[in-house]
Design a protein around this ligand. Structure first.
Ligand code: 5GP
Ligand code: ZN
Length: 113
């Protein structure tokens, strides 16, 4: 499958990993938009938030269970951070493998866009 994030998961494309287990992988974004910018992906190809189902949602809940320890590892748990999912064209999604951005390392604006 021609999916950048599946290739990162498979090791075909190198990445700077932050956390990995059986169900998810977290790695630094190649074009960071904040001092700390990490992407978390499920280890199955789910194209977008529109494709979350009762069958695959355990991968998503697992990611959210991992986020506190990833944020702690990144040194952002106490100061805080922003979680973002871009969905589809209007949402600004450029990689069609569901992923969550963890952004922090400085005080971010209060707005969302
Ligand atoms: P989206 O715009 O789909 O929400 O986010 C895709 C993100 O993937 C972007 O922030 C982009 O910089 C990142 N990205 C795209 N290709 C690669 C890659 O090959 N390696 C890494 N580490 N990040 C990538
Ligand atoms: Zn994929």
């Amino acid at each position: 499958m021609d999916c950048i994030f599946c290739k990162i998961i498979n090791g075909d494309i190198p990445s700077n990993k932050v956390y990995e287990d059986e169900f998810c992988l977290a790695f630094y974004d190649i074009a960071p938009q904040a001092p700390v910018h990490v992407i978390v992906v499920p280890k199955i190809h789910i194209p977008s938030a529109n494709d979350i189902t009762a069958e695959n949602s355990k991968y998503i809940s697992h990611i959210f269970e991992c986020i506190p320890s990833i944020a702690e590892e990144l040194g952002m748990a106490q100061a805080g951070y922003r979680l973002i999912n871009n969905c589809g064209r209007d949402g600004g999604q450029t990689v069609e493998h569901l992923h969550f951005h963890i952004l922090g390392g400085r005080t971010l604006g209060e707005g969302l866009i």
